[in-house]
Write a protein that binds this ligand. Sequence first.
Ligand code: SF4
Length: 368
Amino acid sequence: MNFYDVLAKAKAGTNLSVSELQILLDAPDVNAEKELLAAGYAVKKEYCGNVVNLRGLIEFSNICSRDCFYCGIRKSMRTVSRYRMSMEEITAAARLAGEYGYGSVVLQSGERSDREFVDFVTGVLREIKKLPCQLGITLSCGEQTMDTYLRWREAGATRYLLRIESSNPEIFARIHPPECSFSERLEALVRLKAADYQVGTGVMTGLPGQSTADLAEDVKFFQEIDADMIGMGPYLPQEHTPLGQANPDAPGAAMKRLELTLRMIAVTRLLLRDVNIAATTALQAIDPAGGRERGIMAGANVIMPNVGDTGRRRDYQLYNGKPDLDENAPEVRLKLLESLAKIGEIPRFNEPGDPLHYQVRTRKNEKI
Ligand code: SF4
């Protein structure tokens, strides 16, 4: 089957096989790629409208007990100055997100599962829920026990992001130390579903040794676990990590990964239709002038401006070139609104912006 036959099937909403997904990802030329991205955007408009959900991102701690080979805040990284925002600082950042009308916050940190951390996050969630702005809360704090997921759910979190990074166990094993298990990651995703979260996952695109066949399997994986939210970013090497040191970047490689990520966004939108897909900061790192907007135009519908303290941002450098722009500055917020308006998109204010997919699947389960 050729590219355009598969694209026609995808536009019609037909379920695609892994090999068909790969044909789309391997768009044969620039025109085919353009048509793929336009098709992704058309489905985004059909299911999500010309609306973008905004989430205030709060990177509240860079202390991590893990040692992922690609990550700039891995525990072995001695040069990173470690921090954890106080309860008051996090609540103030959440209040600010509410004042900006973002409707939701994402609380992200390195992974810890000790008692003190679990209690701290529980307290933070309770404090944010007391704010008058009624924010939706997404957590991104790694693998946890069922008890912890349930506690945090009860305390007010409704969404959880836990990226698989690659659904190919061999690639997963190459980019993580042995103590980080692929099967445990899968089990954590199952626990999140059982704890009634809106579940988000995602992968890095353009990892060393990763093919478009692997990425097609990743998109199928999102479908199979029935994910509600997807966050994908181009792999960006961090020069002081084991993966970054072993695979120095060739000139132009980052731009190729950005283009691959846009194709992944479009293909994921074409297959999954009603999920939330984030236009991640990593897109902006490669194309500061319009990376996130290009993500929206390929089918993404969520942007996460950072509402944390800019001073802390240089200590949360997961990869090289992560933007440390003050996204709280009025001119930067205005610029984002202007750039969205330029592509015909409207930001959704003062609403949590839950993924349609979660609403549909929970309604279905109620009927069973
Ligand atoms: S990717 Fe996450 S869990 Fe892994 S080292 Fe970085 S912050 Fe820690």
